[in-house]
Design a protein around this ligand. Sequence first.
Ligand SMILES: C[S@@+](CC[C@H](N)C(=O)[O-])C[C@H]1O[C@@H](n2cnc3c(N)ncnc32)[C@H](O)[C@@H]1O
Length: 358
Amino acid sequence: MRIGVVAENPIERVLLAAGVLPTPLLETLQAMLLARSLVVASKLGVFEGLASEPLTSRQLAEAIGTDPRATAKLLNALVGARYLRHRHGRYRLTRAARRWLLARSRQSLHDNMLFRFLEWDLLDGVESFVRSGDPLEVHRNIDPEGWNVYQRGMRSLASLSADEVARRLPVPKDATTMLDIGGSHGYYAVCLCRHHPGLRATILDLPRAVEHAAPILAEENMGERVVHWAGDALKEDLGEETWDLVFICNLVHHFDDETNRALACRVARALRPRGAFAILEPVRPESPESGGQTGALLDLYFALTSDSGTWSLDEMADWQRQAGLEPRKPIHLRSLPGQAIQIAVKRGKRSGPAAARS
Ligand SMILES: C[S@@+](CC[C@H](N)C(=O)[O-])C[C@H]1O[C@@H](n2cnc3c(N)ncnc32)[C@H](O)[C@@H]1O
């Protein structure tokens, strides 16, 4: 999946194919304006304001408390970006806006759009990162409001793929215990528990994350079946033969190779025999040419924000193998192209049900 310059008429198609269009202009100024228009419109309530009926720019500005002339400019930008339509002086939502940008839609990215404001500031750090090699270490440096925006932004993103993960992840038949490391809002565990009625889950995340993630998890009404454990996954004792499933999603790109190897060994010890270790990640391609734009850009992003970057499926399988686990064929997600689950299973025979963590 890539973003880039798309011709809007036959002449542009010819010029684009001939390589004479100034693509760097469109991929910077226009790309920045597009991104900023979308996130500002989300924050100001533009999409919610148009949810029930088409409005003129003046009517919308009055409803959301903004300047009418400036609001019209923003709305026109969103028409160009195909998130709004304009007919007979009124603006209405397109299907894409309705599906992804309304706060209450099933797969809403509204809270994830608000996370962009935090990321916009983080991206200021790209130049100094490339000069010095020093990453931002976001998990050590976010302020309390940032933690809230981050946790809600991740929950919003999880709604895209959590159902598919719950359906396709091969959970051991008689599984009762799941540990979700760096699980934040817990939505993956919630969907897995709904899919496997005998399963209960513990979400291990940093104390400052749990503070903001706990109210998000509470909205799912899972009671004692999905609970938080506030701690540092690199320091806590994960137990021995305790979990049927250990799941880590969007976390190993924050850790370096040595840390991930050590974590895999502790996970292997903590798994019950026949238990599964599943790592869900945006996958780094084997070479810059083979990977496409998203994998390459995210590799830079995670290197900037933490200590590491994305990993290839082979690298993740290698951590699992050296921890004594048996890697299985990865699952490539359809709901989030470029993301995959690398699974490994612990050899051995089960002896009775797992003891839950007390
Ligand atoms: C990118 S978020 C992923 C959240 C969730 N797994 C998801 O995919 O939506 C990474 C999470 O890992 C947590 N985290 C980072 N370092 C951690 C550590 N050492 N121990 C436990 N959690 C950690 C962060 O607080 C954050 O909630």
